[in-house]
Design a protein around this ligand. Sequence first.
Ligand SMILES: [Zn+2]
Ligand SMILES: [Zn+2]
Length: 254
Amino acid sequence: MRQGLRRLGVAVLDALLPPSCLTCDDPVQAQGTLCAACWGRLHLLTPPFCRRCGVPFLHAGQGDAAGLCPSCHAHPPAYDAARAALRYDEGAKRLLLPFKHADRTELAAPLAARMARAGAELLASADLIAPVPLHRWRLAARRYNQAALLARRLGTIAGKPWIPDLLRRTRPTPALEHRSATDRAALLAGAIAVAPRARDRLVGRRVLLVDDVMTSGATAEACARILLAAGAVGVDVLAAARVPDPRLESGRSA
Ligand SMILES: [Zn+2]
Ligand SMILES: [Zn+2]
C-alpha cells in the first residue's frame, strides 16, 4: 500500500516536473538519478586498492606482500577495513559538495546505493551502523549530518540497526586537511566520545562507521579507537568517496 502510494506520488511528480539530473538539471528517465554525462564523470573505486584502508593504487605493485599501502604497513589502523564507493575527484565533488553544504539531501539515496555495493562484505558482517559525528554547532549550521543520512539509508538497505548518535563530538575540531598525522591525532584526541546511553548497545558488537568523504583516515581512526575502547569487537569504515593519497598518485594520467 505504502509502496503503491509512493509510486503514485512519484508518477504525479514526474508528470508535473519532468525528471532532471540530480546534479546538472539535464532531463533523465526517472526522478532521483543522474544523467549519463554526470555518471560518466564519476569514478567508481575498484581494485587495486589497499586491502586495509582502501586507498586507491595505480597498480597492484604499490601494495606490500599482504596488499597493504605503505602507511598501513608502517602503522596498521585500528579499524579492520575501509572501503569507498567513489574516488574523490571533480566528478565526485559535483555530487558531494551540494550534498554536504547545499541541502541536497536527496543525493543520499544514489550515494548509499553505490556504497552498499562497494562495501557489501562490510555491511554483511556489521551488527550496527553509525555515522561519524558532527559537532552540534556544525549540525546547527548545516541542519543535518550528511554521514547520518547515509548511515540511515545503509541501515534500510541492509536491514541492520543504525544509531545516529552512537558517537558525539565533545568539542569542535578545526579542519584537518594540511596537518600532519601527529597534529590530527592530537586535535581529535578527546574530541569524540561514545554517547553514554548507547554504550550497552555497543559492547560485543561489530560496528560499521559511515562517512561521506574519507580523507587521511584520521577521523575514522579516532572513532575506531574510541568504539573499540568502549567494547566494540571490531570496526569497519564505509565512505561515499575516498581522497587518493598524493604520494601514491605520481605518474597517474587523469
Ligand atoms: Zn547530469
Ligand atoms: Zn592502507
